[in-house]
Design a binder for this molecule. Structure first.
Ligand SMILES: [Fe+2]
Ligand SMILES: [Fe+2]
Length: 292
C-alpha cells in the first residue's frame, strides 16, 4: 500500500468517524423474538442436546455466548493497543504509519467502550479469561516482534469480521447488537487493509522458516480466540444437568462449526504467502479441523 492510500484511510477516519454514542440505538430494548447470537454460532446448535432446550434456554445460551465473544474482543483489542502504543514510540511522528496507528488506537479504544456498554445493556456477566489465556496473551504481547504481533492481530481481525458478519446479517438480531457489529465491520475493514499491506512486505521477504513461524502464530491466535468463547460456566447458568459433559460435546461441536463458518478468509490469507507447508499443514488440520 502506498502512502497515498494510507492517507486516504486516515482521512476517512478523521472526517467520517462513527461514534458509538450516536451510531448505536442504545435506547432500544430487545423485543420479543429478538436474539443475541445466530443459532448457528452457538456452541450447542447441531447437537441432539440442543433440541432438548427450551426457547428461553436457547435465548440465554445466545446471550451468554455473545457476551463472551464481545468481552473477548474487547480484551484482545486492549492487549493490541498496549503493543501499538509501544510500537508507536519507535515511529517518527510525521510518518503515515504513525498517523494511521493513532487513528487505529482511537477507534480501538472506542470499540472497547462500545463492547463494554453493549455487555451492560444486555445484563451480561463476562467470564474471566483462564490463567493460560492471560499468560499467553500477555507474554506474546510483550516478547513477540512486531511482525508476529501484526500477523496475530490481522488473523483475529479477519476471524472476528466473519463472525460479526454472520451476526449482523441474522434477521432477528437485537438492533443494538446489529449496529455494534456494523460499526465494527466498517472500521475493522480499514485496519485489515492497512495491516495486510504492512504484512505484504514482511511476508515477501520471509523464507521457509519464517513463513512456518508466521503460520503457527496465526494458528495459535485462532485457537486462542476459539477457546475463549466456549465456557463450562455458561451451561451451568442455563441450567444444564451435566455441565461437564455438555462442555465436552460443545467444544468438539464448536471446533468443527468454527472451522466451517469462520476460517475461509484467514486460510486464503495464509495461503497467499505460502504459509501452508509440510511443517504446518498437519497442525492446521489437527488443531483447527480445517481442510488445507
Ligand atoms: Fe476493533
Ligand atoms: Fe482493529
Amino acid at each position: 500500500m502506498d502512502a497515498k492510500e494510507v492517507e486516504r484511510l486516515i482521512k476517512i477516519s478523521r472526517e467520517r468517524p462513527l461514534m458509538p454514542e450516536t451510531y448505536i440505538p442504545w435506547q432500544l430494548e430487545p423485543e420479543p423474538g429478538d436474539i443475541f447470537l445466530p443459532e448457528t454460532l452457538t456452541s450447542l446448535q447441531g447437537l441432539d442436546i440442543y433440541e432438548t432446550l427450551t426457547p428461553t434456554q436457547k435465548l440465554e445460551l445466545g446471550r451468554h455466548e455473545l457476551v463472551q465473544v464481545i468481552a473477548s474482543y474487547a480484551w484482545g483489542e486492549c492487549l493490541f493497543c498496549v503493543f501499538m502504543t509501544r510500537y508507536l514510540i519507535t515511529l517518527p511522528a510525521d510518518s503515515v504509519e504513525h498517523q494511521f496507528l493513532i487513528r487505529e488506537l482511537i477507534e480501538e479504544f472506542r470499540h472497547q467502550e462500545m463492547f463494554a456498554q453493549a455487555i451492560a445493556k444486555i445484563g451480561g456477566k463476562p467470564i474471566k479469561q483462564s490463567g493460560l489465556h492471560k499468560f499467553f496473551g500477555e507474554f506474546s504481547n510483550k516478547y513477540l516482534p512486531a511482525d508476529y504481533l501484526f500477523m496475530g492481530s490481522v488473523s483475529i481481525e479477519l476471524v472476528t469480521d466473519v463472525y460479526g458478519n454472520h451476526a449482523r446479517r441474522a434477521a432477528n438480531i437485537y438492533p443494538v447488537l446489529k449496529k455494534v457489529f456494523d460499526l465494527h465491520n466498517i472500521e475493522e475493514g480499514r485496519h485489515i487493509l492497512f495491516t495486510k499491506a504492512l504484512l505484504k512486505n514482511y511476508s515477501a521477504k520471509a523464507g521457509y522458516i519464517k513463513r512456518t513461524l508466521y503460520s503457527y502464530v496465526i494458528l495459535f491466535n485462532i485457537l486462542f480466540v476459539r477457546t475463549l468463547y466456549v465456557k463450562r460456566e455458561i451451561y451451568e447458568r442455563i441450567g444444564m444437568t451435566d455441565p461437564d459433559q455438555t462442555y465436552k460435546l460443545a467444544s468438539k461441536n464448536f471446533k468443527q462449526k468454527f472451522a466451517d463458518n469462520c476460517l475461509k478468509d484467514i486460510i486464503e490469507f495464509v495461503d497467499s504467502w505460502n504459509g501452508f507447508n509440510r511443517l504446518t499443514r498437519f497442525a492446521w488440520r489437527r488443531v483447527l479441523g480445517v481442510r488445507v
